[in-house]
Design a binder for this molecule. Structure first.
Ligand code: ADP
Length: 258
């Protein structure tokens, strides 16, 4: 269990990288990758040097969300992987290594070494932030990461639904046991404002994250907005494509408070 595997108090920092920020969730489909991509794009737009590592090895969606699903990773003369650049963000994703539609059927140690390579055998250069999109849940990849590099902190993404919150609490507990500070919680799909009537609907309930947030700051409540999904599908994060949308404003604010 994680309890038995608490990391040493200080892992080596990643050379040249000021802050490693993990974006995690208890469950899949809550919008973790969307949050990671928008945080990275927002920080870059504000002038920071930003890297984005897609460590969601089972469902790598960062490349697609950055509009670079077809790009392929190349290496420099030192045989280090060159991150792909889009929207001012340097990123690496397994999706840019393996052909589309091909499953990654890997054992834990292979995942561990893939993550190690993405962190250490890549030419990230100088970064203010390396944002890491974790797989959902509490598994091998999360453990590898917290044991490999010094992590500034973790952002937990959840929906207000009870099952998501229960799993988010598990993810929080994992980070605590791995001595990774929890920076706070982003509640995604918090509510929906009907464009025709202006009426607000709490589709997944509301207020649950505030309970979790009694121990950790609630960093933001992001509404459901078709533009969040559409902009992702079209390869430009909503914070850049539609910065005036309320969802984009919340995500921008979360990035500025990191
Ligand atoms: P996860 O990384 O947790 O599996 P994703 O970020 O891939 O979740 O999001 C799942 C789906 O929900 C995607 O199609 C994404 O575009 C969509 N989505 C995420 N957040 C929102 C939101 N606030 N409003 C509308 N759609 C969203």
């Amino acid at each position: 269990t994680f309890g038995a595997m608490v990391r040493a108090p200080s892992q080596p920092a990643l050379p040249g990288v000021k802050h490693v920020v993990l974006v995690g969730s208890g469950k899949g489909g809550v919008g973790k990758s969307s949050v990671a991509v928008n945080l990275a794009a927002s920080l870059a737009r504000d002038g920071a040097k930003v890297g984005l590592l897609d460590a969601d090895v089972y469902g790598p969606s960062v490349a697609h969300m950055m509009g670079q699903g077809a790009a392929r990773i190349t290496a420099n003369e030192e045989r280090k992987m060159l991150p792909i650049e889009a929207h001012g963000v340097k990123f690496l994703s397994m999706a840019n290594l393996s052909p589309a539609g091909q499953a990654l059927v890997w054992r834990g140690p292979m995942l561990h070494s893939a993550i190690q390579q993405f962190l250490k055998d890549a030419a990230w250069g100088q970064l203010d932030y390396l944002i890491v999109d974790l797989p959902p849940g509490t598994g091998d990849v999360q453990l590898s990461l917290t044991q490999t590099v010094q992590v500034t902190g973790a952002v937990i993404v959840t929906t207000p639904q009870d099952v998501a919150l229960i799993d988010a609490a598990r993810a929080i507990d994992m980070f605590k046991k791995a001595s990774v500070p929890v920076l706070g919680i982003v509640e995604n799909m918090s509510y929906f404002v009907a464009p025709d009537t202006g009426h607000t609907y709490d589709l997944f309930g509301r207020g649950g994250s505030r309970k979790l947030g009694e121990q950790f700051p609630l960093l933001g409540e992001v509404p459901i907005d078709t533009d969040v999904r559409q902009d992702s599908d079209q390869g430009t994060p909503v914070v850049l494509a539609h910065p005036d949308r309320p969802a984009a404003a919340v995500l921008t604010q979360v990035a500025r408070n990191l």
